[in-house]
Design a protein around this ligand. Structure first.
Ligand SMILES: Cc1cc2nc3c(=O)[nH]c(=O)nc-3n(C[C@H](O)[C@H](O)[C@H](O)COP(=O)(O)OP(=O)(O)OC[C@H]3O[C@@H](n4cnc5c(N)ncnc54)[C@H](O)[C@@H]3O)c2cc1C
Length: 288
């Protein structure tokens, strides 16, 4: 068993990724997942604990060309209040509004929510329907190397991602939504606040003259990872959003998800709720 021997708080991205080369490093951002998980013995802190909160390159929310860049250290509170997010990505604000409590939102970072890779992570569903990509940095040689991957390919299991041990998530990039863009998020829990999702649903697309195109649908807490729902997307793509389309898409959604029974809900209940809430969201979009 490794004991924690070092605490590092780098002040630049280069320093941070240089430290990660060793591989035996636990990254600390807001600590709202890491602290309870390590205290409960579910996660073991490695030889070095690296606090990334003093690295300016990991902060900020900016418009870069046709993308909004959200630094990995942006907290849920910052995201909810930011004018760029409020103007262009209201679906993300909506999800943040259902996220934990003010105290947790002030500390919890977007990068932490992504890297924790919970199937019920609240920002993951809106990010998936917004077609977000995640940027990673490493230092394989003596030079900083960055690459991006679609968020839809990032998750591989509960708590597991494609991030290698020597990589740091630096930011998320979200394309500016096109004209006619519509997006909705719904989180279902057993309480109205401070609850983990029983299921969550995100739906986005472009609505022109009643026809929905460029459709993206994502579901949370119905599989080992947050998932895009390709069959439901197919049932909606290019279709007029009338009663028949909505009923068909909701039925496809119910058949497409493969949830499990757990302490929060049965698989049957989750499937029924996926059907009912998909139908409700689509009806609201059709009437908007
Ligand atoms: C009381 C309570 C309520 C909560 N409610 C909700 C909720 O409603 N919805 C929800 O989605 N979550 C909720 N959470 C979970 C948690 O707050 C979020 O997942 C949060 O976004 C994690 O961010 P953090 O900055 O605290 O991450 P940390 O705890 O610091 O890190 C989480 C994980 O990500 C890794 N990591 C962090 N940043 C990076 C990076 N840049 N690169 C690589 N790896 C990184 C860490 O090593 C760790 O494994 C709750 C937690 C608590 C304690």
């Amino acid at each position: 068993m490794n004991e924690l021997k070092h605490y590092l708080a780098p002040t630049s991205l280069d320093q941070a990724v240089e430290c990660l080369k060793d591989g035996d490093v636990t990254i600390l951002a807001g600590g709202t997942d890491l602290t309870p998980q390590s205290q409960a013995g579910r996660v073991k802190i490695k030889h070095t604990l690296m606090n990334i909160r003093h690295i300016p390159q990991l902060s900020g929310i900016t418009l870069e060309g046709k993308e909004i860049r959200i630094g990995t250290l942006a907290t849920i509170t910052e995201i909810m209040a930011h004018p760029l997010v409020r103007q262009h990505l209201p679906v993300l604000v909506d999800a943040c509004n259902h996220f934990a409590s003010d105290q947790i939102r002030n500390a919890a970072t977007l990068g932490g929510n992504i890297c924790n890779a919970s199937p019920a992570g609240d920002t993951l569903i809106p990010l998936l329907v917004l077609d977000a990509s995640v940027e990673l940095a490493s230092m394989p040689e003596a030079k900083l190397y960055r690459h991006s991957m679609p968020l839809s390919t990032f998750f591989v299991g509960p708590g597991k991602t494609r991030r290698s041990l020597c990589e740091l998530v630096t930011c998320v990039r979200i394309p500016l939504p096109a004209e006619g863009h519509v997006a909705r998020f719904h989180k279902l829990g057993t309480r109205p606040a401070l609850d983990i999702s029983t299921i969550s649903i995100g739906i986005a697309g472009t609505l022109k003259e009643g026809i929905l195109s460029n459709v993206r649908v994502a579901f949370g807490a119905v599989a080992p990872t947050p998932v895009r729902a390709s069959q439901t997307e197919k049932a909606l793509e290019g279709q007029r959003l009338d009663e028949a389309t909505i009923e068909k898409a909701a039925a496809v959604a119910r058949d497409e998800v493969k949830p499990i029974d757990d302490v929060r809900a049965s698989a049957w209940y989750r499937k029924e709720m996926i059907h009912n809430i998909t139908k409700r969201i689509l009806s609201h979009v059709a009437q908007a």
